[in-house]
Design a protein around this ligand. Structure first.
Ligand SMILES: Nc1ncnc2c1ncn2[C@@H]1O[C@H](COP(=O)(O)OP(=O)(O)OP(=O)(O)O)[C@@H](O)[C@H]1O
Length: 266
């Protein structure tokens, strides 16, 4: 079986009026079925750029991108995207918002409706179907967004800071729910986050990028006793604190290296 995601020598430069900025350079990455990979790194190291490239929303300047062995040429139905903002339509009911992905991909049938209703129930949203987004809390709205993404049954989920706008406690609960839901359904996920503790708690692998240009600086494989424990309790597992400090230190170095590179260039 080919990897779910394969990036080969991917480089991306954004072209401005006067100059080009190199966001990602010569990046190679393989992600296997069922992995939960987090991308972390200092601001501007290319995390969102990479996610957009995998999603087929952005064509890299150079290099090749494959999802499930097929070259990516645009957004594909097997890829789901969940963002920091839930982007629910205020004028649609919760059920109609949750059905949107199926509707847009022309797959809205009775089975799809039943599955979406089941997913809403699984996420603790039973009874909210006829409500509207402004009647729900931020955490509930993010769960609706997750249902909308899962309803189309994507094998690969791209998560761009989906928990960062939430209160700490809600964020921990949602991390648990998302990671358990994806694990049960054997989905593959790529998460962009600024929260190192979250990255370690939910992932099987954490990739630290550096910037100027965006490259992989270091890869942390998460030991099974942490990776197999629900995120809320993973933080209490032996080795978690050491891993956090190692990642933190490397992150500081990645930032410092970028600043030095920036100064040298300037
Ligand atoms: N549309 C754009 N046009 C020009 N430059 C861009 C554009 N989007 C991103 N960049 C630049 O590319 C680099 C990588 O940006 P990107 O948003 O991918 O980083 P990031 O790691 O996701 O950052 P953050 O953590 O702040 O969200 C940055 O230097 C950024 O300024």
């Amino acid at each position: 079986m080919p990897p779910v995601v394969e990036l080969k020598s991917v480089t991306h430069a954004y072209l401005g009026d006067r100059e080009a900025s190199l966001a990602v350079e010569d990046l190679n990455l393989e992600i296997e079925q069922g992995e939960f990979v987090s991308l972390v790194g200092p601001s501007g190291c290319g995390k969102t750029t990479l996610l957009s490239i995998i999603a087929g929303l952005l064509q890299p300047s150079r290099g090749e991108v494959f999802v499930n062995g097929r070259a990516v040429s645009g957004p594909a139905p097997e890829v789901g995207y969940m963002l920091q903002q839930d982007y629910l339509f205020p004028w649609r009911s919760i059920l109609d918002n949750a059905l949107l992905g199926l509707e847009l991909t022309g797959r809205l049938d009775e089975a799809g409706r039943r599955k979406t209703a089941d997913l809403l129930a699984d996420m603790g949203l039973k009874g909210t179907e006829q409500s509207y987004p402004n009647q729900l809390s931020g955490g509930m709205r993010q769960r609706v967004a997750l249902v909308r993404t899962l309803a189309t049954d994507p094998g690969l989920l791209l998560l761009d800071e989906p928990f960062s706008a939430l209160d700490y406690q809600i964020k921990l609960q949602l991390e648990d729910l998302v990671s358990e839901t994806l694990r049960q359904r054997k989905k593959t996920a790529v998460l962009v986050t600024h929260d190192l503790s979250e990255a370690i708690a939910v992932s099987t692998r954490v990739i630290l990028l550096e910037r100027n240009p965006g490259r992989i600086r270091r890869v942390f494989d998460i030991p099974v006793q942490i990776a197999d424990t629900p995120p809320l309790y993973a933080r209490d597992q032996p080795g978690f604190a050491e891993l956090f400090h190692a990642l933190w230190k490397e992150m500081e170095l990645a930032g410092t290296a970028a600043d030095v590179a920036g100064k040298t260039e300037g």
